[in-house]
Design a binder for this molecule. Structure first.
Ligand code: CP
Ligand code: NVA
Length: 315
């Protein structure tokens, strides 16, 4: 058991830094906050008087809005700070930015181009730093994703999650570590040139050894999705990869999640996507708008899981 106070003040940079029990504490708190939200208790001022800086170096719809609303519903104040509006955009160092912001605010959430920037922020910040997506990982997304799977399937252990598409994707990285923590059977179906980063795969394998999870690679998406409980995909060209767009789209064309692939997966499979989706590329309209898709629940759960994370972490 994790005492909830143990999460107070913690960074969330990568899920590999957290234990399964700690993530379970987030799920537990999410359940409580979500049911109170649906019972009409929209504002629960657990973080009254706190301020949370949201630094964004890249675009965002879900992460930014869910965090701002989460902060509001917890009685805290969120400050959206785009890189260009900060002196950071004119050359002030990350270290100095962290030193100064952490004299004002109670937590810093950051979406960065380079994961090293998060590590640097965390090194010089006096307050917890949370990863809102980097080139390496997207832990908040994976927490919302696993919570959504729990809601739809009632469990995580033993479920087969097949990720189809870019095997080097940041969202996949976090899903691998999170899924491995919870004993899932994880299958990555991608071209051999696009595989997860070694550091992530090693972390996921360590989790898998402890939990009994499995991690497999299957280049053929038709074979990969057989018996899937969850079929997951993400964009073929992530933010910051625009110069690689042409070869990525060409290489990933056989990895589109379409009606034929979902038919092979079977009726019990749910379809997930962190969004934004590039309809007609990695997923077709009939799938994302179809009966197996849970993408809107998944997006909604960003709000509830982030409320839980902030309420547990922010001092
Ligand atoms: N899934 C996700 O992080 O979406 P945004 O880029 O819109 O925040
Ligand atoms: N892999 C995508 C995720 C967006 C939420 C990107 O980094 O652009």
């Amino acid at each position: 058991m994790v005492r909830y106070s143990e999460l107070r003040g913690r960074d969330l940079l990568c899920l590999a830094d957290w234990s399964r029990h700690e993530v379970e504490a987030v799920f537990e708190t999410t359940r409580m906050l979500k049911s109170r939200f649906y019972a009409g208790e929209r504002v629960l001022p657990l973080l009254a008087g706190r301020s949370i800086a949201l630094i964004f170096e890249k675009h965002s719809t879900r992460t930014r809005v869910s965090l701002e609303v989460a902060a509001h519903q917890l009685g805290a104040h969120a400050l959206y700070l785009s890189r260009d509006q900060l002196q950071l955009g004119r050359g002030e160092t990350i270290a100095d930015t962290a030193r100064v912001l952490s004299r004002y605010v109670d937590a810093i959430v950051a979406r960065v181009r380079k994961h090293e920037s998060l590590l640097e922020l965390a090194r010089y910040s006096r307050v917890p730093v949370l990863n809102a997506l980097s080139d390496l990982s997207h832990p908040m997304q994976a927490i919302a994703d696993l919570y959504t799977i729990l809601e739809h399937k009632g469990r995580l252990r033993g479920l087969k999650l097949v990720f189809v598409g870019d095997g080097s994707d940041n969202v996949l990285h976090s899903l691998l570590v999170a899924g491995a923590m919870f004993g899932m059977h994880l299958v990555v179906s991608s071209p051999p040139q696009l595989r997860p980063a070694r550091v992530v795969l090693e972390a996921a394998m360590r989790e898998a050894e402890a939990s009994g999870a499995t991690i497999e690679f299957e280049e053929d998406p038709m074979k990969a999705v057989e018996g899937a409980d969850v079929v997951y995909t993400d964009v073929w060209v992530s933010m910051g990869q625009e110069s690689e767009a042409e070869w990525r789209r060409k290489m990933l064309r056989p990895y589109q999640v379409n009606g034929r692939l979902m038919e092979r997966a079977g009726n019990k499979a749910i379809f997930m996507h962190c969004l934004p989706a590039h309809r007609g590329e990695e997923v077709t309209d009939d799938v994302i708008d179809g009966p197996q898709s849970v993408v809107w629940d998944e997006a909604e759960n960003r709000l509830h899981t982030e409320k839980a994370l902030l309420s547990l972490i922010v001092p």
